[in-house]
Design a protein around this ligand. Sequence first.
Ligand SMILES: *Cc1c(COP(=O)(O)O)cnc(C)c1O
Length: 391
Amino acid sequence: MSGSPVRRTPLPGVLEPAGRTFGEEEREAVLRVLDSAVLCSTFGGEARALEAEMEDLYGRTAVACSSGTAALHLAVAAVRFEPGDEVITTPISDFGTVAPILAQNGVPVFADVDPATGNLDPAAVEAAITPRTKAIIAVHLFGAPADIVALRAIADRHGLLLIEDCAQAWLGTTADGELLGRFGDISCFSLQQYKHISAGDGGLAVTADPELAARMRLFMDKGWDRANGRVHLMLGLNYRMTELVAAVARAQLGKVAGVVERRRERAAQLLAALEDLPGLGLPEAAGHAWWLFPLIVPGNNRAWADGLAAEGVPAAAGYLDRTLYANPIFTEAPVYGNSRYPLDRDYPPGLCPNAERLIQETLVALPWNEAYTKTDVDDIAQTLRKVHAGV
Ligand SMILES: *Cc1c(COP(=O)(O)O)cnc(C)c1O
């Protein structure tokens, strides 16, 4: 690009105070727990209070745990499928979406995505169902609603459990305004550093089914039925959330509505500023929680990301380096010992062409933040117009 960069000062990001909503409430929360001397949630009240507050927000029983990946592991373990059974999911997500399937000796089956959004294509999901399929994990990628009504109908038609991965979609809704996280049999949330709200690491799983809730709670705490002495009812790990994390998460949960609202206001501003640019695919605003701001670009996504970065606007070409199934864990490395078990198939290039094209060619994801000002978004828009003119 010629001339001086549009943006000279860095945009606020998630690794600095300006790009996070940590304040007096979180400081007070940390000190409250420290001063109590009870930092383990088995003996304190913070994690249980966080679960109650999550239940107020989502209308479902919540189980707090140590990460979003842990929340997904609770969910997958609660499905209780047989070793070698299959779980259908998306090739574009965090590895935390699939690791729990492998950990429970299940086989991840990848269905292709919608080329405009990167979210699961319901027809591809239905085509991937076999007699061994036990569950579907749908991700609301970047905060945009997956076609969760269609996926719910498919799950019901085939007797499968539906898990919603809401790690990127705090308070996202369908286009009709129905809250994401209320369609799945279980829905999972993350409090990792980069998410809408954070406690460093942390997770929550919610469900309306008391049996699934009971299994998840047991799996979170060594299978230990604490009401009955020292008895272990099922396999479980230690995925407990600490009281320090829970106290910070409670303060953050009180701010999530404002965070999502501010992200939506600024995203609407950027959408309006870009709508006349030919060839640029813009995300649908309806229901979007704006974890990131994805764009479908004409030309090459790496050239776009480099062009934006040269102008002082960070951008990730493709979001991932490769589809989940193109990682060595699926293509070559042993999973357990020297064996590929539980994997019983190859995951060749071309498995999900829409996903591969998004990552390699068409998708650019802009970091998004509730702290962006109108001027910040003006700068991002101006930069996108400049890069657009140059490709
Ligand atoms: C972040 C994330 C996870 C994993 O959450 P962690 O808290 O990092 O373990 C899972 N799925 C999606 C879609 C995510 O964005």
